[in-house]
Design a protein around this ligand. Structure first.
Ligand SMILES: [Fe+2]
Length: 204
């Protein structure tokens, strides 16, 4: 096995250990799927990465999940980073949000999994990920940067690094960053078809 394949496996096993501690279907299914992942033959990507991705990782490296962040640091430059883009039914896109899909059902994703989606998301300071919802049950793990998160009709509230954020199916959610970049892991389970992803109206 090459260095990247080994490092990716180490990172995903560390993620499995932590997601498995969350008492939810998505937590358990993510842990199960990540432990079964075969990284043999997975090729490192070589894409341009926004500066705030590295900044967010640097910040997360001193946070509560520094061991996990060290394993992410070993692979992050070789993930499939892209700018976040809303699906065709919404016009939003935002170069201040970067996303790397690591596992999921489509063949172009690094690791093909029929049961979960899993990846990393970073947001620049002062960015806004507008409200959206989907049928998949979702679990985020904030790694670095204190951003504000919103669930359903609740007001935006700060989420500290090291915190899980759980969204049951169809719960609308949004995030915004202030002075600090955000780095977070995310997982989907249940109906992981992105066709159910939709943008929601901004709450008043
Ligand atoms: Fe979501």
């Amino acid at each position: 096995m090459g260095e990247f394949e080994v490092s990716l496996k180490v990172f995903l096993h560390k993620c499995a250990e932590i997601f498995g501690q969350h008492n939810s279907t998505v937590g358990r299914q993510t842990a199960d799927a990540l432990l079964r992942v075969d990284t043999t033959g997975v090729q490192p990507a070589d894409r341009e990465i926004a500066r705030y991705v590295g900044d967010s990782l640097e910040r997360a490296a001193t946070g509560p999940h520094r061991e996990l962040c060290a394993t992410l640091n070993a692979v992050h430059a070789s993930l499939h980073w892209r700018t976040w883009q809303a699906p065709a039914n919404a016009s939003a896109n935002n170069s201040d949000i970067a996303l790397a899909s690591i596992a999921g059902p489509e063949p172009e994703i690094m690791i093909v999994s029929g049961s979960i989606r899993f990846g990393v998301l970073a947001m620049a300071p002062g960015a806004h990920y507008p409200p959206h919802s989907h049928e998949a049950e979702e679990l985020y793990l904030a790694l670095g940067g204190t951003a504000e998160w919103r669930k359903g009709d609740s007001p935006f509230a700060p989420v500290e690094p090291g915190t899980f954020v759980h969204h049951p199916p169809w719960m609308s959610h949004a995030m915004k960053t202030n002075a600090e970049p955000l780095l977070t892991l995310w997982a989907w389970a249940g109906n992981i078809d992105t066709g159910t992803y939709r943008m929601d109206a901004e709450a008043k």
